[in-house]
Ligand binder design. Structure first.
Ligand SMILES: [Zn+2]
Ligand SMILES: [Zn+2]
Length: 87
């Protein structure tokens, strides 16, 4: 887990983690930047940190890399195409 303590440089209070591995940019872009979003409870500022690379996981179905906090995009697309073909 994350050992590094993140605090607001202005207020010196611990930041609250609001979202882990938020995907920046288009869903169709490979190797998107994933950000961890923190807010300061005192001044309400938002801080973004790049997500750690080890949160990427390999899909057991198709073998593509995707973020641990997200569904596999390739399998999701295959499901949509499969559903369209079946109907
Ligand atoms: Zn602050
Ligand atoms: Zn997959």
């Amino acid at each position: 887990m994350m050992s590094e303590k993140r605090e607001c440089p202005a207020c010196h209070v611990k930041l609250e983690e609001r979202s882990e591995g938020y995907a920046m940019g288009s869903a169709l872009t490979l190797n998107r930047l994933h950000a961890d979003i923190y807010t300061c409870p005192e001044c309400r500022r938002i801080f973004l940190y790049e997500s750690e690379g080890d949160r990427m996981v390999k899909c057991p179905v198709c073998g593509n890399m995707h973020h641990a906090g997200e569904k596999c995009l390739f399998c999701a697309l295959n499901e949509v195409q499969g559903a369209n073909a079946a109907s």
